[in-house]
Design a protein around this ligand. Structure first.
Ligand code: NAD
Length: 508
C-alpha cells in the first residue's frame, strides 16, 4: 500500500482510507498532493473523504465497539506490546518517509517516532492504569467500587508537525481503554502516520477498532457533529482548535484541544551561559521552529542582555539543508504557503521597528533550490505589540525581549495569550521555585528547553494553548477515554434478613 512509499519512488500513489479493517480507495473527487517540502516532489495524493465514507468509518467503529469493549485487558495490552515492538523494528524505515514528507531531519524524525513509541509502551500498563477503586463497608455490609469503562467511538485530529508522535498520543491509549477510534491525520503528511496504522493492524488491532479517514474542515466537522462519536482529541492551531472545541462541545462530546504556542525562555544572568545559549538555539530553530514546544521568545533579564551577540553567532552557524542530508540543523518549512506566511511576519517585524539581527529570508540550498527554506532569523528590540510577538510564527524565528527583573519576566510571560511551554535558565533554586509557582504555563522547563512530559505524566497547557480539562496521555487520558461508574452493592446470605423500609437517603 501507498504508506510504504519511499522518497525515490516515481509512481504517485493514492493514500487509502481504513474502514472496518479494509484499505479503501476513496470515491471522492477532491484530492491533495503530499509534497516533499525540500524538493516539491509529489510523494502521494491524499483524498478528502466523502460524507458517506466518514459515516462508514464511524459505523465500523460503532459495530466493533460491541465486542472490543469486552475484550480482556490482557488481550488489549498484548496488542500494545506487539505494536511497540513493531514500531521499534520499523522506526528507521518510517523515519525516512516522515523526513521526506515533513522536512525534519532523519534524527528528529526518529525522535518524533520515539516520543510516540513511549506512549505505546505506557499503554502496556493499562492493567493498572484502568483500575477502579474499592471501599469496603461504606455502610453495614455495603461496598462501593468504581469501574472505568470505555465510552465508545472516539476520534482524533492531528497536525502536520508530528505525524508520528501525535497520532500515537491518541489511538493507542483510546483503543487500549476499550474504545474504537477514527483517526483523521494531517492531510499535509499522512504517509508516516499510515505506516504506524499498518503496524497497528499487524499487531492485532481487530477490524473496525481503528479506522482512518482523510480530509480537511468538512471531515473534521463531520466527526465533531456525528451522534456516534463520543470524544474528540484535537491537536493543531488555536484557531482550528477553538472551532473544534466549540463545535464538538455543542454536540455533547468530550473534547481535548491542544493548540498553538508562543514559548518564552527566560534567561537570568546567573545561568550557565554555554548550556543556555545551546538550548535557546536548539529549541528555537530545531525542526525549523515547527514545534508546539519550540522556543520562540527569549527574554534576557538584566546582564543576560549582553549574551545577544553570542546567541546570534551560534544561530548563524546552523546548517540549513534538506532533512535527508547529513549534518542538517534546519530543514524546510512544510509548504510554500507556510514559508510565505513566515516571510510576511518577518517583514512585519522589520516594518514595526524590531532590529533584524539575523536574516534567514534569502537562504539558498544547493541541490534543493525549490525547497521551502527559511534560515535562522533573530530579532532584537522586540516589543509586546509587534505581530512577531503576538502571533505564533511557526518558523525558525526567535524574537528577543529584554527586561530588568525576574518579576517583570514572569508578568510578561503571563500576559501572552498562549501558555503552552516555557523555560527558566538559572543556577538559583529560589528563582526556579518562584518561577514554577507563579508562571501560568502548562509545561515548565528549568534549564530544560523543550520540556515535553514523558508519558506517565500528561501534556497540558494554559490559556490559548489548551481547551478541555484533561490532556493527552498519562493518567489524564485514561480518565478522558473512560466513563467512571460507581457500584454500591450489598449481598444477603440469609432470607430472614429484614431491615424494614428505609425512606431516607442514608445507607445503614
Ligand atoms: P491546523 O490547525 O492547521 O491543522 C490541524 C488539523 O486540523 C489538521 O488535521 C487539519 O486538517 C485540520 N483543519 C485545518 N483547518 C481546519 C478547519 N478550518 N476546520 C477544521 N479542521 C481543520 O494545524 P497545523 O498547521 O497542522 O499544526 C500546527 C499547529 O499545531 C501549531 O499551532 C502548533 O502549535 C500546534 N500544535 C500544538 C500542539 C500541542 O500539544 N499544544 C502539538 C503540536 C502542534
Amino acid at each position: 500500500m501507498n504508506a510504504s512509499l519511499t522518497p525515490g519512488q516515481t509512481k504517485v500513489e493514492q493514500v487509502k482510507l481504513l474502514i472496518d479493517g479494509q484499505w479503501v480507495e476513496s470515491k471522492t473527487s477532491e484530492w491533495r498532493d503530499v509534497v516533499n517540502p525540500a524538493t516539491q516532489q509529489v510523494l502521494a495524493r491524499v483524498p478528502f473523504a466523502t460524507a458517506e465514507e466518514v459515516d462508514a468509518a464511524i459505523a465500523a467503529g460503532q459495530r466493533a465497539f460491541k465486542t472490543w469493549r469486552d475484550t480482556p485487558i490482557g488481550a488489549r495490552m498484548r496488542i500494545m506490546l506487539k505494536l511497540q515492538a513493531l514500531i521499534r523494528e520499523h522506526s528507521k524505515r518510517i523515519a525516512v518517509v516522515l523526513s521526506a514528507e515533513q522536512g525534519k531531519t532523519i534524527a528528529d524524525a526518529e525522535g518524533d517516532i520515539f516520543r510516540g513509541l513511549e506512549v505505546v509502551e505506557h499503554a502496556c500498563s493499562i492493567g493498572s492504569l484502568q483500575m477502579g477503586e474499592f471501599a469496603e463497608n461504606v455502610a453495614g455490609g455495603v461496598d462501593t467500587y468504581t469501574l472505568r469503562q470505555p465510552i465508545g467511538v472516539c476520534a482524533g485530529i492531528t497536525p502536520f508537525n508530528f505525524p508520528a508522535m501525535i497520532p500515537l498520543w491518541m489511538f493507542p491509549m483510546a483503543i487500549v481503554c476499550g474504545n474504537t477510534f477514527v483517526l483523521k491525520p494531517s492531510e499535509q503528511d499522512p504517509l508516516s502516520t499510515m505506516m504506524l496504522v499498518e503496524l497497528a493492524l499487524e499487531a492485532g488491532v481487530p477490524a473496525g477498532v481503528l479506522n482512518v479517514v482523510h480530509g480537511g474542515k468538512q471531515v473534521v466537522d463531520a466527526l465533531c457533529t456525528h451522534t456516534d462519536i463520543k470524544a474528540i482529541s484535537f491537536v493543531g492551531s488555536t484557531e482550528v482548535g477553538t472551532h473544534v472545541y466549540n463545535l464538538a462541545g455543542q454536540h455533547g462530546k468530550r473534547v481535548q484541544s491542544m493548540m498553538g504556542a508562543k514559548n518564552h525562555a527566560v534567561v537570568l544572568p546567573d545561568a550557565n551561559r554555554t548550556q543556555t545559549l545551546n538550548a535557546l538555539v536548539g529549541a528555537g530553530f530545531g525542526a525549523a521552529g515547527q514545534r508546539c514546544m519550540a522556543t520562540s521568545v527569549a527574554v534576557l533579564v538584566g546582564k543576560a542582555r549582553e549574551w545577544l551577540p553570542d546567541l546570534k553567532a551560534l544561530a548563524a552557524n546552523l546548517k540549513v539543508n534538506a532533512g535527508s542530508e547529513p549534518g542538517t540543523d534546519v530543514g524546510p518549512l512544510i509548504s510554500k504557503r507556510a514559508k510565505e506566511r513566515v516571510l510576511g511576519l518577518i517583514e512585519s517585524g522589520i516594518k514595526e521597528g524590531a532590529k533584524l539581527e539575523l536574516d534567514g529570508r534569502d537562504v539558498s540550498v544547493p541541490g534543493f533550490e525549490q525547497g521551502n527554506f527559511v534560515g535562522p532569523t533573530l530579532f532584537s528590540g522586540v516589543t509586546t505589540d509587534m505581530q512577531i510577538y503576538t502571533q505564533e510564527i511557526f518558523g525558525p524565528v526567535l524574537v528577543v525581549l529584554e527586561v530588568d527583573t525576574l518579576d517583570e519576566a514572569i508578568a510578561l510571560v503571563n500576559r501572552n495569550p498562549f501558555g503552552n511551554g516555557t523555560g527558566l535558565f538559572t543556577q538559583s533554586g529560589a528563582a526556579a521555585r518562584k518561577f514554577q509557582n507563579e508562571i501560568d504555563v502548562g509545561q515548565v522547563g528549568i534549564n530544560i528547553p523543550i520540556p515535553v512530559p514523558v508519558p506517565y505524566f500528561s501534556f497540558t497547557g494554559s490559556r490559548g494553548s489548551k481547551l478541555g480539562d484533561l490532556g493527552p496521555y498519562g493518567k489524564q487520558v485514561v480518565q478522558f477515554y473512560t466513563q467512571t461508574k460507581t457500584v454500591t452493592s450489598r449481598w444477603f446470605d440469609d432470607d430472614s434478613v429484614n431491615d424494614g423500609v428505609n425512606t431516607t437517603i442514608s445507607l445503614r
